[in-house]
Each structure stands twice: as structure tokens, then as C-alpha cells.
Design a protein around this ligand. Sequence first.
Ligand SMILES: *Cc1c(COP(=O)(O)O)cnc(C)c1O
Length: 388
Amino acid sequence: MGGAIQTPVYLDYQATTPLDERVLAAMMPYLTAKFGNPHSSTHRFGWEAEAALDVARGQVASLIGAAADEIYFTSGATESNNLVLKGVMDVWGKKRPELVTVATEHKCVLEAAAACARAGYDVTVLPVGPDGLVDLDQVAEAVSERTALVSVMAVNNEIGVIQPLREIGAIAKRHGALFHTDAAQGFGKIVLDVDDLSLDFMSISAHKIYGPKGVGALYKRAGRQTALTPQMSGGGQEHGLRSGTQAPALVAGLGAAAALCAQGIGQEAGHIEALMARLKARLFADLPGLLLNGSESARWVGNLNISFPGLDGDLLLASIRSLAVSSGAACASAMTGPSYVLAAIGRTETETKAALRIGIGRFTTDAELDFAADEIVGAVRKVGGLRA
Ligand SMILES: *Cc1c(COP(=O)(O)O)cnc(C)c1O
């Protein structure tokens, strides 16, 4: 390190992560010589491809304390979330018409929940506190014998907060409700054990853990009580749950990415935490009045979401073009307009517009963050400083 810094510096690890070259190496054979269809059961080409799926199923499962045959490959967390919410309500909604979720979930969960509401089910969307966390008393009040499914994310994609899944899972189980988590931001980064957390379903995405885009998985606990209706009709792949020819190269990438995370899950988090602590200390020392969005303690260490009171967010963003970060106006992928997550924790519209999400990860360096701190502090001073 210490050499010249490549700009723009990539600080948007919650949007997506760079592909780890070891993951690419694991994918290459299935993009070239091993091109078979895993469904072809009569020859070696098919067997090789199927073997790749089997290996990856084990790699994903072992990271969350699941069995390999409880992992189903999908196109990503968006698809897994849709499959769980719509699929569970379709099977169980006659007996138990309620779905409970949270206001700060990813749009794909909220939109799938809205589709369930349009289909006639009762959807409860719980608020969060100023720290971004759900209130357990409110969860306990909302969940009943009428609840089919409780869906709460592990780590928030905008503000990084970690929801108290163990406690929520215990509440769901007390009432016989199924429990799902969107773990796109948590899987591979923090320890998530499906038994420890009483989880019946977990949604997983490869591209948030240094794997390829366009692939993910659904953990579905074995047994009849987790039955759900497939959302794709076809050839019956993935035990009938997700028809369509699997993508062995992408799946091998997901598996390899999961295996790399498993190798150093605590170690990597510790490294990222140290990097982030330094950036945070510098920004908060040099910019009095800076606001941290989301809980100080219950958060993924690779996320820093901050509001700059009194500043014009667009102007700020325009003066830090050397940094690839997200703004409070555009944290949620294809969405425009102020962040509904920041609104949910009580930020004003101006605080929301003048917010930055900084996401760091495996390949971030101290030198990059020193540069980022200089750029941000310089830009804030240039555009007039923070409102005291
Ligand atoms: C990225 C993300 C998704 C969507 O995952 P895809 O695999 O891109 O469909 C869903 N939920 C959260 C929390 C995410 O961060």
C-alpha cells in the first residue's frame, strides 16, 4: 500500500461488492469446458454441472448451520424474498391471514408484502425507533395465532443496523408463526445460525459477499410446515420450488464466496471494524454536528450512514466525485426521492437529502479511507460547513 490511489474510491459495498478473484476462478470451468445442464442425468456433462450445485449447496448450508438439502438456488435475494412472502401466504394464509414485517425492509420485501395485501391478507408493517431497531414489545403485540409469517431483515442495507433476530424468532415460535429473514447484507458477514435464531427461511445474495450478480439462495427449513407455493412454473428444478435451468457458474461462485466468508468471518469483521473506526473518529472529530444514522452499537461494522445538517446533499455529492458512495436521496437502487429508511428513523427531509452511505469491505485500505476523510472534510468546508 501507500501507492497512488485509484479514483473513484469504491465505498459502496452495501450496493454490491467487487468479485473476489478466487470466486471468479471457481466459476470459470463452468463458463467453459464444464458447460453441461445439471438436469442432464445421462452423461458426464450433466453430472459435472450437478456436482457443482451439490458442492455449493454444502458451502452455503454450512455457513448457517443448515443441511445442504435445505438450500434452494434462486436469482438473488429479491427472488428469494418474493418466493417466501407470496409462497407462504398462498399456502398458509387461509388458516393464518396475517403477515408481519418492518417499515425499513428492502423494497422487494415491502413490495411483496404489498402484493400480499392486495391479495387480501392482513399485512402489519411495524415502525422502528430512532436507532433503526424494531421494538420487541411491538413485535410481541403484533404477532398472534393469526400470523402466518414474520419477516425481519438481518442487517439493514442503508443504515447497517442489526435487528434482534433471536428475540423476534422466539416471539414468532411462541405463536406458531414462521420466521423469515432477508439476510442479503448479513450472510457471510455476521454469524447467523438458523437454529439459534429460530429461522424457517433465509434469503441470500451472492453479490453482497464478493460473488457474482444474478444468483442467490433460499434456506427453507425441512418439513411440511414450511411448504410454500412456487412462483415459477416449469421443469421442476430445485425440488420443484424454483423451475428454470440452474446457472452452475453463478452457483459455483456463490458457493466459493460463502466458503471464503466462512474461512474468516470474525477476522474479516475485525479488520473492517478497525478501518471504519479510524474513518469515523476522523469525520466526527473534524465535523462537529455530524449525525450518525442508526444504532451506534447494533450495526454491521462496514456501514457508516451520516447526515450533514444544514448542507445541500446534491452540492456535497457533486464535490466528492472522487468517492463512489450513495446519498440519502438514492440509497435504494433504482429508487429516487428521499430515503424511506431515514424517514422511518425520524430524520427530516433535509437531513435525509444531506446523507451519505459509506460502505467498506474486504478490499478497502487505510490509505483509501484517509483519502476519503480528506475529501469529505474538505468538501463540507467548501460548501459552507455544518449547521452548528
Ligand atoms: C441487495 C439486497 C437485496 C436484493 O438482492 P438481489 O440479490 O440483488 O436481488 C435484498 N435485500 C437486501 C437487504 C439487500 O441488501
